[in-house]
Design a protein around this ligand. Structure first.
Ligand code: LLP
Length: 385
């Protein structure tokens, strides 16, 4: 990505900048990779980035929405996602959120426990409505990613144990106000090895055979999200490998006649179009290290502190200063009063000085949405460029 520094100089930092053109190309790539399958429905996981302009661009492309709160359902409806294409997931749905979703007539509740099923049944019956329900089954598949973002193991809090699937389906079939329409899965996030998705497909095939034996058919299979992106080389791979991802399901998942296959992609849709723009406040020299202290910190981008994630860092002001490719080693840190407020240690940057404009790349997903006001800081603004 080439950044227009003259344009960026006018933006007060810290702020997110989003590349509209790259988002459009990413959405086109998703469309192209699913064009041969009219039974594939791609939902966008709003938790990754809920910027209203981003949401309406995605809604206009015809994607559905994957929501995890009442607030996200409202944001999805405001952005123009049709209610019928909204899936509502989450282990802990509050009564008001369930009522809101019933009222809106969403496409599916992804239900994570018997207890939740019973509450939805009651609230639906009270409202005189029927809730379309997908049961989230914990497939007990071990995905190769950071422990904080793997979700499909038996020990995780998510979903219904697969051994309890049939009993829970039987319960759903008896409860008033519930229409059992599908099964839902999600094994984790930032997955780059297609073998993980293949393992999920094989587990779903086994579970579908169990369903066949019980004479149960469901119209919808939802395989969740999780496709990863290249944080190390955002310019080399600005668009995730959607072809390989969708082909994995095409090649390994046996769908029953008429079944719809749903996906819930978040990161792969929006991560690469976003950067966090920051300015250097100070370059502090100590006897052991040089620190680049930014005006952005873990309050704007928490992923490094929370998951040890590394976002590529570039100094936009250094270009053209004639340092002839010289690199120095810095710890790049934020201003927050926490030792974990570090973006990168021993990171190579051109000679850097106060006032330099810095970008932290691949920050379009789980950046702005995870920002906080810790230290009484204002939430970062975003600019669509
Ligand atoms: N569906 C479900 C049920 C999910 O829990 C998630 C993400 C998604 C879909 C979308 O996953 P994606 O395609 O974005 O991988 N904050 C973390 C990521 C947390 C993901 C939570 N669930 C991070 O910054 O890496």
């Amino acid at each position: 990505m080439t950044f227009n520094t003259t344009q960026l100089k006018g933006i007060a930092t810290p702020a997110y900048i989003y590349d509209r053109e790259l988002l459009a190309r990413t959405l086109a790539a998703i469309k192209a990779a699913t064009a041969t399958n009219d039974n594939y429905i791609v939902h966008y996981a709003i938790k990754a980035n809920d910027n209203p302009e981003v949401l309406s661009m995605i809604a206009r492309e015809g994607l559905g929405a994957d929501c995890v709160s009442g607030g996200e359902i409202r944001a999805a409806l405001d952005a123009g996602f049709p209610a019928s294409k909204i899936a509502f997931a989450g282990v802990g749905k509050a009564d008001w959120e369930i009522r809101l979703a019933l009222e809106a007539g969403i496409g599916a509740f992804n239900v994570e426990s018997r207890e939740e099923l019973e509450v939805i049944s009651q609230l639906a019956a009270d409202a005189g409505r029927e809730a379309r329900v997908s049961l989230r089954i914990n497939p007990d598949v071990n995905a190769s990613t950071h422990a904080h973002i793997t979700t499909g193991r038996a020990e995780n809090k998510f979903g219904i144990a697969h051994e309890q699937m049939i009993a829970t389906i039987r319960l759903a079939q008896q409860l008033p106000g519930i229409a059992l329409t599908g099964l839902h899965f999600h094994i984790g996030s930032q997955l780059l090895d297609m073998a993980d998705f293949r393992a999920l497909c094989l587990r779903i095939n086994e579970l579908q055979e169990l369903l066949d034996a019980e004479g149960i058919t469901v119209g919808n299979i939802n395989v969740g999200g999780g496709l990863g992106i290249d944080y190390d080389n955002p310019d080399l791979h600005p668009i995730a490998d959607f072809e390989a991802y969708f082909a994995t399901f095409r090649d390994n998942l046996s769908l029953r006649t008429g079944q719809l296959l749903h996906f819930e992609l978040g990161r792969a849709v929006v991560a690469q179009m976003g950067s966090l723009l920051a300015r250097v406040l100070f370059v502090k020299h100590t006897s052991t290290k040089d620190f680049v202290i930014l005006d952005a910190g873990m309050t704007e981008l928490i992923r490094p502190a929370l998951y040890g994630a590394l976002h590529k860092i570039e100094n936009l002001s250094a270009a053209g200063r004639g340092d002839a490719g010289e690199l120095r080693r810095y710890d790049v840190v934020g201003p927050i009063c926490e030792s974990s407020d570090v973006f990168a240690k021993d990171y190579n940057l051109p000679p850097t000085q106060r006032g330099d404009l810095i970008v932290l790349r691949s920050a379009g997903a789980y950046g702005q949405t995870m920002a906080s006001t810790y230290n009484h800081r204002p939430l970062p603004k975003a600019f669509m460029l």
